[in-house]
Design a protein around this ligand. Structure first.
Ligand SMILES: [Zn+2]
Length: 168
C-alpha cells in the first residue's frame, strides 16, 4: 500500500458439483500483494452469497452462523461444506474513497475471530472480480438438480450479480 497498487486476485476455477453433499467445489486461488493466501480446492457455494453481498455492504463473519445467516458465513469453507469444520474468514469494510478494506481473520481455539492482515482494494476491481465469480457460479448450477443448504443461494447470487451489472 505504500504508493503501490494493491494487487488482488481471487479466482475460482474448475467448478464441480458434489451431488451427495449438494455443494459446489472449485480450485480457489487468492493472491494479494504477490502473496498467495489461498491455493486449494474448497467449497465455494456456502459462502458465495456473503462474498457477493460484500461488493456493496460491510460484511463480517461470525464463528458459527446458521443457514439463514448467509451473510455471516465465511466466504470459503472446507471441502466437506461445513463452515464449522474449517473456513477462510474475511471481514469487508467499504471506505469513503471507493476502496474496500479486506481483513483476514483467524478463528482461535476459543471460538473468537482474531484480525490478521488488512488490505485495501479498489472497489471497482473488487466488484468486477466477484461479479465474474458470481456469473460463473450461476452458469454452472443452471442445469443441476441442486438443493443447497441455504435454499435461496442461487436467487441471492442472482440478485447481487444483477445489482453489480446495473448499479443504481
Ligand atoms: Zn471439513
Amino acid at each position: 500500500m505504500f504508493g503501490g497498487k494493491t494487487l488482488f486476485n481471487l479466482k475460482y476455477e474448475n467448478m464441480s458439483f458434489h451431488s451427495e453433499l449438494q455443494i459446489i467445489h472449485a480450485d480457489v486461488t487468492l493472491e494479494i500483494d504477490n502473496q498467495i493466501l489461498i491455493d486449494e480446492p474448497l467449497c465455494i457455494d456456502v459462502g458465495l452469497p456473503a462474498l457477493l453481498c460484500s461488493t456493496y455492504e460491510n460484511t463480517g463473519p461470525v464463528a458459527i452462523a446458521t443457514s439463514e445467516e448467509w451473510d455471516k458465513l465465511p466466504f470459503l469453507v472446507c471441502g466437506c461444506g461445513d463452515p464449522e469444520c474449517r473456513g477462510y474468514f474475511f471481514k469487508v469494510k467499504h471506505t469513503q474513497t471507493q476502496m474496500v478494506k479486506w481483513t483476514e481473520l483467524e478463528l482461535t481455539g476459543d471460538g473468537n475471530l482474531r484480525e490478521m492482515g488488512e488490505y485495501e482494494i479498489p472497489l471497482t476491481e473488487y466488484r468486477s472480480q466477484i461479479f465474474y465469480i458470481g456469473i460463473q457460479f450461476i452458469d454452472f448450477v443452471e442445469h443441476l438438480n441442486y438443493q443447497p443448504y441455504y435454499k435461496n443461494t442461487v436467487q441471492t447470487a442472482k440478485k447481487w450479480v444483477d445489482r453489480i451489472a446495473n448499479p443504481l
